[in-house]
Each structure stands twice: as structure tokens, then as C-alpha cells.
Design a protein around this ligand. Sequence first.
Ligand SMILES: NCc1[nH]cc(CCC(=O)O)c1CC(=O)O
Length: 313
Amino acid sequence: MSRTIRIATRKSPLALWQAEYVKAELERHHSGIKVEILGIVSKGDKILDAPLAKVGGKGLFVKELEESMLAGDADIAVHSMKDVPMEFPQGLGLAVICPRERPTDAFVSNHYNSIDELPEGAIVGTSSLRREAQIRERRPDLKINWLRGNVNTRLRKLDDGEYDAIILATAGLLRLKMPERIRSEISVDVSLPAGGQGAVGIECRTDDAELIALLQPLHDQETAWRVTAERAMNRRLEGGCQVPIACYATLNDDNSELYLRGLVAKPDGTLILRDEETGKPEDAEAMGIKVADRLLAAGAKTILDAIYNTPNA
Ligand SMILES: NCc1[nH]cc(CCC(=O)O)c1CC(=O)O
């Protein structure tokens, strides 16, 4: 088939890696198609000194890519599933979820090997309330400082000595070919990942059946079941990646059982509500909702309302 597929992407190194990955996979599966990458500079990439919520919120990056597809300038957008909002605009939808990279958080430091090795009062950089809460629960003595920017910027700030350690997604460091930066992978028992972390999704117009068919070989059903459960939980809790919510699902060896763990935390780590559910992969969505509802009943709503009502969040 001779068709050109245009990929809209942010121009950060990670976003470009994801776009190049999808381009290579599409070319591998379909000889004869052309794939072009259309880099879009986002407002969120230009304004780095303000909390993301103030520049337009968690969905800002995605919205600009969606506009280019709706305008007909691009055919697909490639997203990190962790950053994709729960609802899609009219006419757009998620066509494919690609195989997941390692979903863990990574401990990155030039002096220490793990959270437990950090000396008392050490400074840890992260701007994820999810990571902050879980670190504080384990190590209330540590100082957690704000850290934004793309992966390279964050690493430079670490190297400049502003932090004793920083926390980044393992997947990002592996994709950017910096495995040596990972001093240790943080166990999911210590830092439960964000919903969708490590997975890449492809969004396109829902009326483009030919394109959706071309994308199908990139789909990974195991990742899709896991991410579906995680996102269902997030959706019920109305959480994006700017809230202290973690959710992580795994499959057993023969894919007969899906195991979902979730938590909602006070950012200061003094209260972390945890819940879990086991079920059939086909019931992923219902499992996510069930865990979320139990967390809400246990007090998650009070925690989340307090965060949404904090002016600087
Ligand atoms: N919040 C930003 C973000 N969104 C996706 C990744 C990379 C890993 C992934 O695809 O989940 C990262 C970087 C990070 O959290 O360190």
C-alpha cells in the first residue's frame, strides 16, 4: 500500500524516540508506506519555570498534538501512556498500545546506590507527587525538591550538585541509551509506578479505518490489558500524572490472571491508602473501577480534593 503516515510529536528527546520507534515499526511491518515525523514545539516545553498546571495543565502537550490531527496536518500522535488524559476529543481515539518497556522508577545518583543508602537529610529531586509521597513514607528525613525539564535537563541539575539523587522513569533512561545512569531500579513495592508508565500508545482519527488497520501489528494485548486496568482506576479517581496516584497491573505466566495494585497518597507521605484486586484480563476495566471505588470509600476523595484545591499544585 502506498500511503504516507505523518506522526505528530513533541520535540523532546523522549518524544522523538517514541516517534522514531513507531516509524521504524511501521516501516518494518509494511513495505511501501512512507512515514514522516512532524515535530511540534509545545507551549509546555517553552515555559519551564512555572508548575505545569499553571501553563495549561496535564493535558497541554497532548492537546496540541490532537489539534494537528483534527486539522488534518498529521495522521497519528505517539504518546507515553502515562501522560495521556483519560478522555479523547470527539473523532479521536487510541488505536494501539505498544509493548511495555520496564515500568519501574529509577534511582539516579552520582554517590549513592539506593534510597535506603542516602544519608539523613539528603536532597532528592522529583516533581511527581506520587514519587514524593512514597519516598517520604519510607524516608521522612529526606528533603524533596522540585525538579522539572526533560530528562537531560534533570540529569544536568543532578550533575551540577543541586540534588543528592533524582528519580526518573527507568523506561526513559533505557530509551535514551543511558542505562548506566540507573543506580538501581526501585522495587514496585517501594515506589508503585504511575498508570501507563513505560508504555507507548498511538492515537488517531477514529474514522480512518485504513490507517487503524495498518497500526494493528504494533499492538500488544498483554500491555493493553495491564494499562486498561491502570487507566480505569485513574479515570475513576480523575487522576492524571500530576496527582499522588499510583497504579500498576501485572499478568501471571499464562495470562489467565491480572493483578492490579493501586494507591492514593498524601504528598507528605503521612497517609497512603492502598488496595488491590485480582481478576480476569477481560475484566481489566471493572477491576480498575473496583479498586478506585474502594480507595475513594477509604478516604481518597478527601486527599485528592485537598490537592486540587491547593492553588499552587
Ligand atoms: N512525566 C514525564 C514522563 N513521561 C514519560 C516518561 C518516560 C517513561 C514512560 O514512557 O513512562 C517521563 C519521564 C519520567 O517520568 O522520568
